[in-house]
Design a protein around this ligand. Structure first.
Ligand SMILES: [Ca+2]
Ligand SMILES: [Ca+2]
Ligand SMILES: [Ca+2]
Ligand SMILES: [Ca+2]
Length: 459
């Protein structure tokens, strides 16, 4: 009986394996490209240890592009619903802002009347509203978009031309960005009730400031020319106005602030080309660069955990290379391409040049071509955030009856979490690998494995 059951399991698993795409070739021009391919490495990538159960990896969802275009998209922000904004080509020389939803897919947001057909989404809040910039009758202009209003031009600061862009937005539909005003380029804050107001600039130097993000406490961050520095990161709020983000006078200081989270932590880059995390209590923390050889690294987005994402520029041949990174306190800086689940065709980690957004679920917006990276725990088949013996029957169920698995563990990405040996194929070898990892009874002979009573492997 046991032999019969196991044969049934094996048959089911072979059938299942046949519909899983096999691992793509991971060589290009004879170079091994997988950073986990330690045996074949020739120095192009740093070798990293292969992942083990319990590690957090990411699977990739391609965003595609708007109809009529090349299928290319550049994501620039992601909200806590997993919705993404950015721009996508819609024919020669035309780009259009988009909103991408995990269920609905990508829709174009149009562009402002006049000028070229050019628009880009820079921020998306948790109400699914978008802010960005578009070419209109008076040049590049900040916009606000909501399903009810469509795309609205935000105008300009008094006395200015219309070169203006929305860079950040919070859940109060307040937009920040920059505009040319009579006295120079100035950070602005806009909402529907008050219109656009200038936030001023740091004293000294030129009259120049840019706002890049705002949180729900109305804290705004960006950079400005100051007395001491060509560019220096600022923080602004309605009570205190604009002030330097870091006023300790150190030789290393935050030169540009790109994002602020809901607890007031800020990321960007320093005057030395390193990523920083600024914390209201701890002040400036230099996060460095993903690799010591990197020329420069930029922090672009931060969630409330906090995790920081961005990209680094690494010396390469024939050109310098861009590498997307993620930082957290436990692991430090890591190249995102080393954290992608064993792929499938095409090998998306090849395309992870830039990371531009991260939400509170840890989902990351990245490109060369637009994609969302969703984290999962390798080996956590029942999605309780632990890897233990309870995951063995769950993996067995996935192998034997994927439909039943999906009903039992809805929204649990078992097809990714179950590829324990990371060979790009889900099959019984993963079951044995998980048992080995957990130190279960010997599994050299698969016939010795008896499924738990409550799992029926035979349909
Ligand atoms: Ca236009
Ligand atoms: Ca100034
Ligand atoms: Ca588990
Ligand atoms: Ca496998």
């Amino acid at each position: 009986m046991r032999t019969f059951e196991l044969r049934a399991v094996m048959f089911t698993c072979i059938a299942l394996a046949a519909i899983v795409p096999s691992a793509a070739s991971q060589y290009m021009d004879g170079w091994p490209l997988d950073p986990r391919d330690c045996e074949g490495l020739t120095g192009r990538f740093n070798c990293v240890p292969p992942p083990v159960p319990g590690d957090v990896l990411y699977y990739v969802t391609a965003l595609g592009g708007l109809p009529g275009g090349s299928g290319h998209s550049v994501p620039r922000a992601i909200n806590n619903l997993g919705q993404v904004t950015g721009d996508s080509s819609v024919g020669d020389y035309h780009l259009e802002a988009f909103l991408w939803d995990p269920v609905e897919g990508m829709i174009g947001l149009g562009d402002l009347p006049g000028g070229s057909h050019l628009s880009t989404g820079m921020a998306v809040n948790n109400l699914s509203h978008v802010a960005g910039g578009s070419d209109g009758a008076h040049g590049w202009e900040a916009f606000f978009w909501a399903p009810e209003t469509g795309m609205i031009g935000l105008g300009t600061l008094p006395g200015g031309s219309h070169t203006c862009e929305g860079r950040g937005m919070n859940d109060l539909d307040q937009v920040v960005g920059y505009s040319w005003s009579g006295s120079g380029q100035q950070a602005f804050l806009w909402d529907a009730e008050h219109g656009m107001i200038g936030l001023g600039d740091l004293p000294g130097g030129q009259f120049l400031s840019v706002a890049r993000d705002i949180n729900n406490s109305m804290q705004v961050v960006g950079d400005s020319s100051s007395e001491d520095h060509l560019w220096e990161a600022f923080i602004w709020d309605p009570v205190n106005g604009m002030r330097p983000l870091d006023d300790t006078g150190g030789s290393i200081y935050p030169a540009s602030a790109y994002a602020i989270n809901e607890v007031g932590q800020v990321t960007g880059y320093t005057n030395t080309g390193d990523v920083f995390l600024w914390d209201p209590q701890d002040g400036l923390i230099n996060l460095g660069r993903p690799d010591p050889d990197d020329l420069v690294a930029y922090g672009r987005a931060i969630n409330d955990v906090p995790q920081v994402v961005g990209y680094a520029i690494r010396p390469g041949w024939p050109d310098d290379e861009f590498h997307a990174f993620v930082w957290d306190a436990q692991h430090g800086m890591r190249d995102l391409e080393t954290l992608i689940a064993a792929e499938i065709d095409p090998p998306y980690w090849l395309l992870l040049r830039y990371a531009s957004g991260i939400n509170n679920a840890g989902q990351i917006a990245a490109y060369a071509n637009g994609c969302v990276l969703t984290p999962f725990v390798l080996g956590d088949l029942n999605c309780d955030e632990l890897v233990d013996e309870a995951d063995i029957p769950a993996l067995l169920l996935l192998l034997v009856d994927p439909d039943e698995y999906a009903q039992t563990y809805p929204d649990c990405p078992g097809e990714w979490a179950g590829d324990i040996n990371q060979d790009g194929v889900l099959d019984p070898a993963d079951l044995y690998a998980l048992r080995d990892f957990l130190g279960c009874a010997p599994s050299a002979d698969p016939g010795h494995y008896v499924p738990p009573d409550h799992v029926s492997p035979v349909p």
